[in-house]
Design a protein around this ligand. Structure first.
Ligand SMILES: Nc1ncnc2c1ncn2[C@@H]1O[C@H](COP(=O)(O)OP(=O)(O)OP(=O)(O)O)[C@@H](O)[C@H]1O
Ligand SMILES: [Mg+2]
Length: 239
């Protein structure tokens, strides 16, 4: 009999509250359970303020949830042996809505810097960067800085940067929000192809119905109750 493998990624009883400087708390995310396997592609949807970005930030260990667990291969990503920053550098590729490319570096330098942070360096990194630049139709633009690339080219460079270290999970926060329909389609095709080939788990937050329809699996977040009717913050009593 073969031993049962733990799920690739599993989330249990996740809650997140942000603390405000005035002492009030914002209920940002509530998700009881979710699990996914490598190679799956999931659309993350929900109304504005339902916690999509918060969820992606937790999965990338950019923030620690106020309650609950995120397990990868049965291990807590925040546990000391697999501390968040290490998890993020080695296993996660993150694509931001506004791309977040480093403005003073060329497209290829952006890729190589990301590779180095994730311990991919030397000829292997250059080879991987070159092959991605060719595949994403950025070869002729590789020496240009982000400001000298079109939005579609910038987003393709952001995709290349996110996958350069062969991550286990790609998290994309509205990756096509600033693109026209044609470029959005190109970016989504590349992203889903690259993830399917390497059995990478892909989670894409989106408001776009056309993007949502591409996914067989949709994870719907609801705004936590308290966030729908936030309690008014009363002024402090004068003493
Ligand atoms: N740093 C923060 N401090 C306080 N509250 C925050 C912070 N970031 C987000 N929030 C609040 O948490 C809730 C969830 O925000 P989040 O950005 O995760 O939602 P979202 O689903 O990504 O929304 P959108 O679709 O508009 O991008 C919202 O009520 C938001 O105002
Ligand atoms: Mg968001």
């Amino acid at each position: 009999m073969t031993a049962q493998l733990p799920p690739f990624l599993e989330v249990r009883q996740l809650r997140h509250c942000y603390s405000q400087p005035d002492g009030s708390r914002v209920e940002a995310l509530s998700l009881d359970h979710m699990s996914a396997v490598g190679g799956e592609a999931i659309a993350l949807v929900g109304p504005s303020g339902s916690g999509k970005t918060t969820f992606l930030h937790i999965l990338a260990a950019l923030i620690r949830p106020t309650h609950g667990e995120v397990l990868f291969g049965g291990r807590d990503i925040f546990a000391p042996r697999q501390a968040g920053a290490h998890w993020r550098a080695m296993s996660v590729g993150y694509i931001f809505q506004d791309m977040n490319l480093l403005p003073d570096f060329s497209a290829i330098e952006n890729l190589l810097l990301a590779a180095e942070i994730s311990n991919v360096s030397g000829p292997a990194a250059t080879e991987r960067a070159n092959s991605l630049l060719r595949r994403l139709d950025l070869w002729n633009q590789r020496g240009r800085r982000p400001a000298d690339l079109s939005l579609g080219e910038q987003q393709r460079a952001a995709v290349a940067r996110a996958v350069i270290h062969f991550p286990s999970v790609i998290l994309a926060d509205e990756p096509t929000a600033s693109l026209d329909a044609e470029n959005a389609g190109i970016v989504m095709n590349i992203l889903t192809e690259l993830c399917a080939e390497s059995r990478t788990l892909l989670i894409v937050a989106t408001h776009d119905e056309a993007i949502k329809k591409r996914f067989a699996r949709v994870l719907q977040l609801q705004r936590p109750r308290a966030a729908e009717n936030p309690e008014p913050v009363l002024p402090e009593k004068a003493v």
